[in-house]
Design a protein around this ligand. Structure first.
Ligand SMILES: [Zn+2]
Length: 278
């Protein structure tokens, strides 16, 4: 759940670019006449995203003088397709992802653009840059075309929502052989109830607990030998100091990465530092 810099292109500029030069004259005229509806929908979306009222944003099957199917055609053939007029915006949004990582899971590689509000129900936003976010294919699939049933089910928007400041991702170490990890959302007390519910909903919908637990298990295999050497030289206290330093370094980079949560948990576990890692 990472922030991504918002696209600089406007919905008006992008839409105009996509429809310019459409060969079918009748379709081109109707697309052109629909431009004010597209701009109004994009403005309304932006306001709703900033005000946290996306849960009640109205969808529509058709827009202005065109059908949802025709706008879907515009998206596919005038925006996504290689060397189509809108592709430049597609590529700009893709490359804005930090380190090429998916902002929804913060872990996997970005594979395509995802419609934040699905184009099937919100065709007016099909090429609106603010409604298009870079995503990995797993998050894209798991999110599907779900429309939030209430305010608590509104996914975080990487251009408008910021949950990176305070720690909310928590890991626990299971005293098993090998040690196991359980990740969960521990919302800061100061958060509004609905924000805590949204982060929890997203965490579950995208199965982030399983993803992070699996990554942490692999990470542990990679550091086990080094921990054994630190333990042999200085015992549990030395292991804890070593892991605290690692946790602090990861926290300085990103407060809510699975790595920060993992190292924080193992540094604090007396059982782990006393040889549980072995
Ligand atoms: Zn992802």
């Amino acid at each position: 759940m990472w922030r991504v810099p918002a696209p600089t292109r406007t919905a008006a500029w992008t839409y105009e670019r996509c429809i310019r030069g459409v060969q079918n004259e009748d379709l081109r005229d109707r697309l052109d006449a629909t431009s004010p509806d597209i701009v109004a929908a994009a403005d309304g979306f932006q306001t709703a995203a900033q005000n946290g009222t996306i849960g009640t944003f109205p969808g529509a099957a058709n827009v202005g003088y065109v059908t949802g199917g025709e706008l879907s055609w515009v998206y596919k053939n005038r925006f996504v397709r290689a060397s189509s007029p809108g592709r430049v915006v597609y590529d700009e949004i893709m490359t804005a992802a930090v380190y090429g990582r998916c902002p929804m899971c913060g872990h996997r590689q970005v594979a395509s653009l995802d419609h934040y509000l699905p184009k099937a129900s919100f065709p007016a936003l099909c090429v609106a840059p603010a409604n298009l976010i870079p995503a990995c294919s797993d998050c894209n699939k798991q999110k599907l075309d779900a429309i939030p049933a209430n305010a608590s089910e509104v996914m975080l928007h990487p251009y408008f929502d910021d949950v990176e400041g305070q720690p909310w991702l928590v890991a626990e170490v299971g005293q098993t052989i090998p040690p196991s990890f359980q990740f969960s959302v521990g919302a800061p007390a100061a958060w509004p109830h609905v924000l805590a519910a949204r982060v929890t909903h997203q965490f579950k919908t995208l199965h982030l607990g399983n993803l992070y637990a699996s990554q942490a298990a692999v990470e542990l295999v990679n550091i086990r030998q080094a921990l054994a050497e630190v333990f042999a030289a200085g015992g549990a206290a030395e292991v804890a100091a070593h892991l605290n330093q690692a946790a602090n370094s990861r926290r300085a980079a990103r407060v809510n990465s699975w790595q920060t949560a993992m190292y924080t948990a193992i540094a604090a576990s007396q059982w782990f530092c006393s040889g549980g890692f072995a």
